[in-house]
Ligand binder design. Structure first.
Ligand code: AMP
Length: 542
């Protein structure tokens, strides 16, 4: 028998409508590329989002067309989140840290029609625009008087002028909640980048879940600073969860150094911040030597890479800030687990509490997880046995955009490429990664790209790229090379060979020459054996 409740679709436009009506005076504060602080309210954000929707209609963009951004965290980006998705188009957040070749490839693959970019990224846009064949409209996220006169980009318009001509009246369309809302590429472990295509339903359910007390615990009483970029899995969904709860939003723009972040936290009375370990390393590095303290910050969500114990300890003990360790993936919208303690842990001694806090946490309702062995058999939750982590749920990817890479699921579960244990209380601990990628400062480096460039050098017979632990960046790539018989290449020559072929920060930190790289039965390089071989290796100091 069918239920008798209303079947109202879960749409992203509903979030901003709610925020406008119930939290219309809650603030959104943004540090702009110009360096100043911009402040306005959800009411104004909602109104400008409707102007975005009208502007897209006027461009003649069809339902489902992609609108790309190359932008920092800021209010204009926030308006695009709602105006683009709310009107039925797909917001494609491009990662500006990628090499221009990768950006052009991704924009073409996504068939982006419009590109909206912060002026910081003008040189990048100039480098790619001749190659981005689908993009018809370029919009600079600035006021009319800041529009560069001689950008060389045909038809370039200022965002403020573009939406300024539009009506603030707009009726958000209603459609199937399974309609695509936004698109985010991830480096992928093999071949070309692949994208997760989120839906209105998946994004809204994720926003609900993220706000729960044992998840990110977001409320109208919070002032939230998402340092995690809006181009990286929708800043972990915070722009949606904030609207759903009416929390004040504080956007850091391009200023991600410790001093700027500290000043913003203090001046805007931030109670809650979220980001990858590297940004917190920079923040604490700024505060510690001069003895600075937080006056309002209470909680920080740290994820994207394993959170170092010293960081949890420093936040807790030196600054009275609770660290919530989180694990997730682009393919999971991204939240999977969050580490909050249960009642029964209250009585534990501090070191045992810390042992739990270091884990990646408990699954959120909406995410099923299991660990499996090589044959796919489920392994026990005993906190000791480790296996491949598989997940499923309404905000977990079913297949990649355009079906790239075929069917990624195994018996309906998504294999994460992470390896871990789960204890009897359901706490996940990531112990390793089976996928062949390196994560540096929260961003991926494809080991395959690094290897392919090395073997393109005439003196290189074989190359394997592995991640090595690094105190600031978590991991840095090192390339292990076997030279061709009778040929020679120096470390500096090879590192020089990378210039211009890959983004600067993706160039390996070091080259290690070896006689042979261990191979498995099928001829695959055995990275685990290689890591063992380099157990005593340390990265050069930079
Ligand atoms: P991304 O898709 O860029 O968000 O990266 C997701 C991947 O980052 C995961 O599959 C993990 O390999 C890694 N990751 C994310 N959060 C954590 C964490 N808290 N601890 C360890 N690894 C993490």
């Amino acid at each position: 028998m069918l239920g008798l409740m209303q079947n109202q679709p879960l749409l992203i436009s509903g979030l901003i409508e709610f925020a406008e009506r119930h939290h219309g005076d809650a603030e959104i504060v943004s540090r702009r590329v110009e360096g100043d602080l911009h402040r306005y309210t959800y009411k104004e954000a909602a109104s400008r989002s409707r102007q975005v929707a009208n502007a897209l209609d006027q461009l003649g963009l069809a339902f489902g067309d992609r609108v790309a951004t190359l932008a920092w965290n800021g209010y204009r980006h926030f308006e695009l989140y709602y105006g683009v998705s709310g009107s039925g188009r797909v917001l494609h957040t491009l990662n500006p840290r990628l090499h221009p070749d990768q950006v052009a490839w991704i924009a073409n693959h996504a068939e982006d029609q419009v590109l909206c970019f912060d002026l910081t990224f003008l040189p990048l846009v100039q480098a790619v625009q001749g190659r981005c064949t689908s993009i018809k409209h370029y919009i600079a996220l600035c006021a009319a008087d800041k529009l560069p006169a001689d950008s060389g980009i045909p038809g370039l318009q200022s965002y403020d002028a573009w939406i300024g001509q539009q009506s603030t009246e707009y009726r958000w369309p209603s459609f199937d909640e399974n309609t695509a809302s936004s698109l985010c590429y991830t480096s992928g472990t093999t071949g070309n980048p692949k994208a997760a295509l989120y839906s209105h339903r998946s994004s809204t359910l994720h926003a609900y879940a993220a706000a729960l007390p044992d998840v990110m615990s977001i409320s109208a009483r919070d002032a939230i600073l998402p340092v995690v970029p809006m181009f990286h899995v929708n800043a972990w969904g915070i722009p949606y969860s904030a609207a759903l709860t009416g929390a004040k939003l504080v956007f850091p723009g391009p200023a991600l150094d410790g001093k700027s972040i500290y000043e913003l936290i203090e001046s805007e009375k931030v109670s809650y911040a979220a980001g990858v370990p590297t940004v917190w390393q920079m923040l604490l590095g700024h505060m510690k030597p001069v003895g600075l303290k937080f006056s309002t910050l209470r909680r920080t969500v740290i994820g994207g890479s394993a959170c170092p114990p010293a960081m949890i300890q420093a936040f807790n003990e030196d600054y009275g800030v609770e660290v919530l360790h989180a694990w997730g993936m682009t393919e999971m919208s991204p939240l999977g687990t969050l580490c909050t303690l249960k009642n029964k842990h209250d009585a534990l001694p501090p070191d045992e509490k810390m042992r739990i806090r270091l884990k990646q946490g408990r699954a959120i309702y909406g995410v099923d997880m299991k660990i499996v062995d090589a044959e796919g058999a489920e392994l026990p939750w005993d906190g000791k046995t480790f296996g491949d982590l598989h997940v499923r749920g309404p905000w977990v990817v079913r297949s990649y955009f355009k079906g790239e890479g075929g069917d990624p699921l195994v018996d309906g579960w998504f294999p994460t490429g992470d390896v871990g244990t789960i204890d009897s209380d359901g706490y996940l601990q990531i112990t390793d990664r089976s996928k062949d990628v390196i994560k540096s400062g929260g961003e991926w480096i494809s080991s395959i790209d690094v290897e392919n460039i090395a073997v393109a050098h005439p003196a290189v017979a074989m190359a394997a790229c592995i991640g090595m632990p690094h105190p600031k960046w978590d991991e840095r790539p090192v390339v292990v090379v076997v030279k061709r018989p009778g040929m020679d290449v120096s470390k500096d020559e090879l590192l020089h060979f990378y210039e211009g072929r890959i983004a600067k920060w993706q160039v390996p930190d070091d080259v290690v020459f070896v006689e042979a790289i261990p191979l498995g039965a099928t001829g695959k390089m055995l990275k685990t054996r290689l890591r063992e071989m380099l157990r005593d290796y340390t990265l050069p100091q930079t």
